[in-house]
Design a protein around this ligand. Sequence first.
Ligand SMILES: Nc1ncnc2c1ncn2[C@@H]1O[C@H](COP(=O)(O)OP(=O)(O)OP(=O)(O)O)[C@@H](O)[C@H]1O
Length: 556
Amino acid sequence: MSRRAGRDPARALLSAAAREGRAALMVPILLGLAATAAGIAQAWLMATLLATLLGHGEAGAGTLAAAAALALLQVGLVVAQETASARAGEAARATLRRRLFGRLLAETPSARPAGEGAALAVDQVEAMDGYFARWIPSAALAVVAPLMVALAAGAADALSGMILVAAGLLVPVGMAVSGIGAAVASRRQFEALQRLSGRFLDRMRGLPTLVLFRRQEDEARALDAAAQELRVRTMRVLRLAFLSSGSLELVAAAVLGCLAWRHGILAAEGHPNPVAALFCLLLVPAFFTPFRAFSTAYHERMSAQGAAAALAPILDATAPGGLLLEEVPPSVTLVVDHLSHRPDPARPLAIEDVSFHVPPGETLVLSGPSGSGKSTILKLLMGFSRPDEGRIALNGRDALALAPAELRRLVAYLPQRPVLLRATIRENIRLARPEASDAAVEAAARSAQVTAFAESLPEGLDTPIGEGGHGLSGGQRLRVALARAFLRDAPLVLLDEPTAHLDPATEAQVLDSLRRLCTGRTVVIASHSAMLRARFPKVLELREGRVVPQRRAVAT
Ligand SMILES: Nc1ncnc2c1ncn2[C@@H]1O[C@H](COP(=O)(O)OP(=O)(O)OP(=O)(O)O)[C@@H](O)[C@H]1O
């Protein structure tokens, strides 16, 4: 994470995003200023009309028509301002989401729970909408628009202008006093909301388990308590918001009182300019409108800062560097040399001093009890983590010097729990090589025995499947994932438990497919299966992260 000394990364992120979207953000600000100018002109015409009604002047239908036209123009400008604000917010969020998604994709795939990534890319980016769409325009307008109104009033009557300027200086003080409390309350509300949504997501995922253990009512009570906490905190934010708007209304009433007193005294002596008096009084609402919008948007800034604090570490992270491949070689010799890795500093080494060598056309089976380090080795080979010690070489070149994404170009990987998306079987297979032709996808499906079960489905390979492969059995999902490995056609194949949870007949079929996949490639398979070991005799036995020396092992 690159943190510039002394700079809050959340604020830095928001300012950088605002700078980037400056052009779009200027549009609602300029439209807001135009609406204020129209409001000032309209107030002058209305003052002239009212003064005529009171017997001071000769305004006629022309003035009334102009005032009506200005009122319509002002409405149009306000609508355009709202639309431009929404657009600016949308554009800023789209830019942030794009950058964030790029970063999430560049991260180690298993580094972050899926739900958290989704919440970051959707909810937290969404929480920034108000910052760009309302807070920034209203903050700019709260400085400039009241000044325009005060200058207009000052031009008509200097003292009235000064009263407005004095009130304008008082408003931020009142807002700051109530705003400090509102900031704390708003941050607590945001934290309570995050706790509630995190808990909800977690429990929704574990719903079948909760139902199985009859814990649903306890969980419903716990969720209720979290929702109650959120309600209490939201009410506190609202109370403080009312207090803040109450202080604003108090200042507005005081200003109106001062202006009435000022012009009342003048009126008692025969007012020299009744139109100016009415004009100043009519300007009071226009003077406070930008402050009201600013006060309403204040909490938007708080929630955006909370969201930015969550996003900044990801967006500030430096992208993993490394060498690029000139081209994908047709075959690969894999050498793993004295590899040690400790994924968690508080726990023992997951693998220790592991060495092996797999030439092209050979398959090495990593075998050993659960927790012996098989998946850890595959993840290191995929570049998902960097080993603490040791070397991985591909065709004699240091694989760790390659950018992780480049390393993955060489590899077809079947994880222990392959992920299928909500799409057709065909689209799920094509994920491995989007440009592949239908014929290539169908060949991969045949090789992985997908066609064997897809033929009995209503739409064959075009049958849609649900999220996470819903609608397919465990073995069928595995075969779809295996078809991806066929389609990928990479020189290095890494398979993590490719026959787990299969019945012996299906396992035998999948092993036939595997033999075809492994032919001519460099393959490492992590597996417990005795049937698989019988088919692939080169086995590296692991125990507690170390290689067990034995006759059939191929440690170098
Ligand atoms: N991200 C991690 N953080 C901490 N410890 C980890 C992490 N990943 C793996 N380990 C630990 O490393 C050891 C090896 O785990 P690994 O998943 O590689 O074993 P495995 O042989 O593949 O097991 P299985 O056959 O059950 O998948 C285990 O003790 C595990 O708890």
